[in-house]
Design a protein around this ligand. Structure first.
Ligand SMILES: Cc1cc2nc3c(=O)[nH]c(=O)nc-3n(C[C@H](O)[C@H](O)[C@H](O)COP(=O)(O)O)c2cc1C
Length: 267
């Protein structure tokens, strides 16, 4: 029954060609595609958030300092691994700040630029449009933070508690059957979401690809940060997209979850 309902909401493409092939072909950059002028881009950007404000939720400042890191860059790259055993560990606010900053933090304010009014981040971004948002869930596994769903504000170096409570069971239902344990056994579950129009208004179909690339950049930085902090990190594609988006209270079309990362005890 539910099966049939899910299938009804799928977009029906009457073609023998697989959907990914149609998309890939349709998202190629052609010689004759029109491009927006810089001033058109700036005008559209002025009507788009660079990061969702969630102003109704008080900002909880993150520390200015990072957690100490002993490990070299080459060690972090070589030691990254999906942990064999997943167990939670209490994180300090500095560790949280380090992970979030590496994922999508602001590195340059960029105020003097004529065209690009967005602050630049730790990850490269097609057109410096920064289509991603980062959310995370933690059930009292970060010092000083209540259990609940948080949104990261890179510009303000703060987080906002947007849903307070223990949602372990709800999250377990969003994960595919063999890994529902991740809802209970991770210290942090990070949701990387994309607001597609922030990229597609300029790059059309290819802008969708750019948003996915960017999630990969952010996720790899999160992976390396966690490894350098001697924590475990797991990359999660096995989740039920619609349920995760419902949990985050995002619409799943204009704004949808595109990747998840779990942080746990290092092995
Ligand atoms: C896009 C993507 C999705 C993944 N999804 C899951 C997942 O849902 N569950 C899981 O246990 N591992 C997941 N992984 C981790 C891979 O299984 C793992 O990276 C791979 O087996 C290589 O092992 P390593 O990470 O230890 O190098 C995912 C990795 C990627 C890149």
């Amino acid at each position: 029954m539910l099966d049939t309902l899910w299938n009804q909401v799928k977009i029906n493409i009457e073609s023998d060609t697989p959907c990914w092939e149609i998309f890939h072909e349709s998202s190629k950059t052609g010689h004759y595609d029109g491009t927006l002028t810089n001033s058109q881009v700036v005008e559209v950007m002025s009507n788009l958030y660079d990061v969702f404000p969630y102003k109704q939720f008080p900002a909880i400042p993150l520390p200015e300092t990072f957690a100490p890191i002993e490990c070299s860059f080459m060690e972090a790259v070589a030691n990254r691994v999906t942990p064999k055993e997943i167990a939670p560990v209490k994180l300090s606010l500095e560790q949280l700040r380090t992970i979030l900053f590496c994922g999508y933090g602001v590195t340059r304010e960029n105020k003097d630029s004529e065209y690009i009014h967005r602050p630049f981040r730790t990850v490269p971004s097609g057109g410096a449009l920064y289509p991603l948002e980062l959310y995370f869930y933690s059930n009292e596994k970060v010092e000083g933070l209540k259990a609940g769903l948080y949104h990261y504000s890179p510009v303000e170096n703060s987080v906002q508690l947007i849903r307070e409570g223990n949602f372990d069971n709800e999250i377990a239902e969003t994960l595919v059957g063999f890994q529902t344990n991740l809802a209970y056994d991770t210290s942090l579950l990070i949701f990387i979401t994309a607001v597609f129009n922030r990229s597609t208004f300029k790059y059309k179909e290819k802008g969708y690809r750019f948003a996915l690339f960017e999630a990969g950049h952010a996720a790899q930085n999160i992976n390396l940060a966690a490894t350098a902090l001697e924590l475990g990190v797991i990359n999660i594609g096995g989740y039920h997209d619609r349920l995760v988006d419902r949990f985050l209270k995002i619409d799943g079309l204009n704004h949808s979850t595109i990747y998840m990362n779990g942080i746990c005890k290092g092995n």
